[in-house]
Design a protein around this ligand. Structure first.
Ligand SMILES: O=C(O)CCC(=O)C(=O)O
Ligand SMILES: [Fe+2]
Length: 334
């Protein structure tokens, strides 16, 4: 007997505009109506000297949640400062889509620098701006074969590796190694259909997913599509971590919603944090701070315009097993 695709039923429900779907069953972690579905989680450490330099608040201010229906799934509810959000949004637009990283646009046009090409003589090319749907960094995700390969990779940005390391350690994942990243760019009508992320050799390592800009309804179900998925609201600054039993669950984004607030546009107050912090990946931590504080006034305007009607998701994965240094000789299951 063919199993019923419960996932698709719920996906279509939230994707539809008419009738407008109810938000009653969409879990908003801080909403007390959902207190029976959500559990507060105590972090494994009190702070990390690197937090403020990376645009994060001190860990004592973080709110971390787990989900009754999904062991291994964590949501860190916006631990970023306003300037921190701006820093990461800008990285995703100005730096990460640059060559040698890959983007969906490469199949159509050969662009060294997408963001620069979007603004010629001060005018914006809205068609080109809207064209970018993904960028891959580190080991490049191959969208057709779903197989990573040793000769298909670019460097993983050091600041992104550092950020993920801080988050991983806060949850007790001390051996996590960031090796592949997909940045997804969504506009108000974009969706991402049901899938599992199973291309990595190491499926035990958690997956870290950062959201910025407009909000999303995120669906997470079970290891097959017969399981009715749970709907969770992801807002700007939220970090979702898929680990253990949740790592291989079907998930999707059926809907982008206008954010109820714009934390990236809030009052700017950001302190440098501990000067003595030692970094694992970054060689020049001073640059982090100068790049963080420059995102005000005119410098910030183009990025601010972009996120007014877009959502950016960065997801970071470990590809290799603990004992591996490369993919040489690795046979994939497909
Ligand atoms: O946009 C999201 O929140 C999810 C993205 C995702 O699942 C993926 O890139 O594999
Ligand atoms: Fe995914």
């Amino acid at each position: 007997m063919k199993e019923i695709d419960e996932f698709l039923t719920i996906f279509k429900y939230y994707k539809a505009n008419k009738p407008k779907p109810s938000s009653q069953n969409v879990i908003t972690v801080e909403d007390e109506r959902h207190y029976d579905k959500v559990i507060r989680f105590a972090l494994k450490q009190s702070d990390d000297a690197r937090t403020q330099r990376l645009g994060l608040k001190k860990m004592e201010k973080w709110h971390v949640y787990t989900f009754q229906s999904h062991p291994g799934l964590y949501l860190i509810r916006n631990p970023f400062t306003s300037l921190g959000q701006r820093y990461w949004i800008r990285k995703c637009l100005e730096d990460y889509p640059r060559k040698p990283n890959r983007t969906n646009i490469d199949n159509e046009i050969n662009l060294e620098d997408w963001w620069q090409a979007c603004y010629v003589d001060g005018a914006s090319d809205q068609t080109l701006i809207k064209k970018l749907r993904w960028t891959t960094l580190g080991y490049h995700h191959n969208w057709d074969t779903k197989v990573y390969s040793e000769d298909n990779q670019s460097a993983l940005p050091r600041e992104l590796a550092e950020l993920t390391d801080v988050v991983a350690l806060s949850l007790g994942y001390s051996t996590f190694k960031p090796q592949a990243t997909i940045v997804n760019y969504y506009h108000m009508k974009s969706t991402l259909s049901a899938h599992t992320d199973h291309s990595e050799v190491n499926l035990e390592a958690p997956l870290f997913s950062f959201s910025f800009g407009q909000s999303a309804i995120f669906l997470i179900g079970g290891q097959d599509k017969s399981v009715t998925p749970t709907a969770i609201l992801l807002q700007s600054g939220d970090i979702m971590v898929m680990s253990k039993e949740s790592r291989l669950c079907y998930h999707a984004v059926p809907k982008i919603l206008l954010a109820s607030s714009s934390p990236w546009n809030e009052e700017v107050n950001h302190s440098l944090g501990e000067i003595s912090a030692s970094f694992k990946y970054i060689n020049q931590p001073e640059e982090l701070y100068s790049n963080m504080i420059k995102n005000t006034g005119d410098e910030w305007n183009r990025f601010k315009d972009y996120v007014k009607e877009s959502r950016i998701n960065i997801n970071v994965r470990q590809v290799l097993n603990e004992s591996q240094n490369s993919l040489a000789g690795v046979v994939f299951n497909s």
